[in-house]
Design a protein around this ligand. Structure first.
Ligand code: URA
Length: 208
């Protein structure tokens, strides 16, 4: 849980809209800072705005967003109470992958949002978001389980867009969200930060 004031989120959003730190703002219609109050303690991190997000200025409002809504509703989460943003806040041309320099330039906004919201769990959607916390890892290896990184609980899952046309990934995503629900139903565990420092690359099981 957090006590972020909407004012704080609005202030960050205004700064993001004024951001010119990478070239993506030139081709995008507008910035897509993020959506939701985050009062549930859940923070969802996607890849980049697509066409519909660019038009509406909101993350995950296209087909992948509808599937994300279904996944959230399936475990009783109200989309308005989670926070949703992306690794880059402007749409890349032709929906290409964000470039490393663009991701690095946008890092400041991830840090600002995390400072304001102090989420209980960060759910990374897809490999680009996972790579912010576990560069070089394979999503097929670590999806569906919570992991600690720098005192943050990261819960990597596949990207909803990838699952739209791949039934196996769709099933994996439903299973990952069920595992997320199970994790959230438990009282927050004390974070074994000393252990984490000793075993940074190893999976830490938080399911007790
Ligand atoms: N895919 C993303 O990663 N983010 C969005 O906002 C929409 C689709």
């Amino acid at each position: 849980m957090n006590d972020a004031a909407p004012m704080d989120l609005n202030a960050v959003a205004a700064e993001i809209r004024a951001c010119r730190a990478c070239p993506l703002h030139r081709s995008a219609r507008q910035a897509v800072p993020g959506d939701g109050t985050g009062e549930s303690g859940l923070f969802f991190l996607g890849e980049a705005p697509g066409y519909h997000e660019d038009v509406q200025g909101k993350p995950f409002v296209g087909a992948a967003g509808q599937f994300l809504d279904e996944l959230l509703a399936g475990i009783g989460l109200d989309r308005r109470k989670v926070f949703i943003t992306n690794v880059v806040r402007h749409r890349p041309p032709e929906n290409r992958d964000p470039l490393p320099d663009e991701v690095a330039a946008c890092d400041v906004w991830l840090r600002r949002h995390l400072e304001v919201l102090r989420p209980r769990v960060i759910v990374t959607l897809g490999r680009h978001a996972m790579g912010k916390f576990f560069p070089g890892e394979s999503i097929s290896r670590i999806h569906g389980k919570p992991r600690l990184k720098d005192g943050l609980v990261i819960f990597p899952v596949y990207h909803p867009a990838a699952a739209l046309h791949q039934p196996a990934l769709r099933d994996a995503l439903f299973a990952d969200f069920a595992a997320l629900a199970l994790y959230l139903a438990r009282p927050p565990a004390p974070k074994p930060e000393a252990e984490e420092a000793k075993r940074p690359a190893e999976q830490i099981t938080l399911f007790g």
